[in-house]
Write a protein that binds this ligand. Structure first.
Ligand code: AMP
Ligand code: MG
Length: 260
């Protein structure tokens, strides 16, 4: 398969929507990272995402929609607090876990009865989704475990030959995945951290917001079980006195650094 990269023209967005409706995969830019998308109602198309990424089948995908009013088409119910999250934070870098109805493929929810829904802030992303007339499931457009792509070139270098099309929306703004949240007993649980944090949620929602929900506790985000963001080389975390410490480290390991 030849992977094309196209700028987000009307032609490219229509082509992308047609590919999605033909059950193919398309990578596109959101405000967080590039997503690898498929029609969330088509089992065979959704399977292709797991194959292209080498993603474990028990790690669910986020469902991307163009408009708030579309959410109710794919979920069983939305309570008051969930409505407020949608009103205050969407479109934006947040995904809300809700009980799914039968329109969305079971493969998207990894066999479970919930889906995480998200409305991207990126206008090109929404325009693409709108043109498909479908709910669009999309994890980050990288091989499983590897860092998430923030440019079309990152996606191409990782996914060339595995997907049909990349819509080049330039560099993404946020650079990390969406915050994943869930409501239980009128309290909010952050299942995966992101740009929208505990402080922002609690000051706007005026309710208890729990962060650092650990894997193994009752509420969890399955994707946090797995290795994430694994670069191909050894990494050293430098917290304080960055320049001084990098000098020491490079001296110790005899790495030559031309410019600090
Ligand atoms: P990504 O592969 O980076 O797009 O991550 C999607 C992540 O969202 C998954 O790995 C889960 O951690 C989380 N997620 C998606 N759907 C659900 C769900 N139904 N319940 C809980 N977490 C979910
Ligand atoms: Mg990812």
């Amino acid at each position: 398969m030849i992977t094309k990269i196209l700028k987000p023209t009307t032609y490219a967005l229509n082509k992308a929507a047609n590919l999605i409706n033909d059950g193919e995969l398309v990578a596109f830019a959101t405000e967080t990272v590039y997503g690898l998308s498929a029609d969330a109602t088509n089992d065979d198309a959704v399977k292709k995402i797991y194959v292209a990424k080498g993603r474990p089948g028990n790690n669910p995908l986020i469902v991307h929609l163009a408009n708030k009013k579309d959410i109710k088409k794919y979920v069983k119910s939305i309570n008051m607090l969930e409505r407020k999250i949608i009103k205050d934070f969407m479109p934006g870098p947040i995904s809300l876990v809700l009980k799914k109805n039968s329109l969305v493929s079971q493969i998207v929810s990894a066999g479970g009865d919930t889906i995480a829904v998200r409305i991207p802030q990126n206008k090109v992303a929404r325009s693409f989704i709108r043109r498909t007339h479908k709910p669009i499931c999309a994890p980050s457009a990288n091989t499983s475990k590897r860092p998430s792509p923030t440019t079309a070139k990152h996606v191409f270098d990782d996914m060339n030959g595995k997907i049909s099309l990349i819509i080049d929306g330039g560099q993404t703004d946020v650079g990390i995945e969406s915050t994943v949240v869930k409501v239980e007993n009128n309290e909010v649980y952050i299942l995966r951290p992101g740009k929208i944090n505990e402080e922002m949620l609690s000051s706007s929602l005026h309710c208890l917001v729990h962060e650092n929900v650990k894997v193994g506790s009752k509420i969890e985000s399955p994707g946090t079980k797995y290795t994430h963001y694994k670069p191909k080389c050894d990494m050293i975390l430098v917290k304080n006195n960055i320049v001084e410490n990098i000098k020491k480290i490079t001296k110790m390991s005899q790495i030559r650094v031309k410019k600090l």
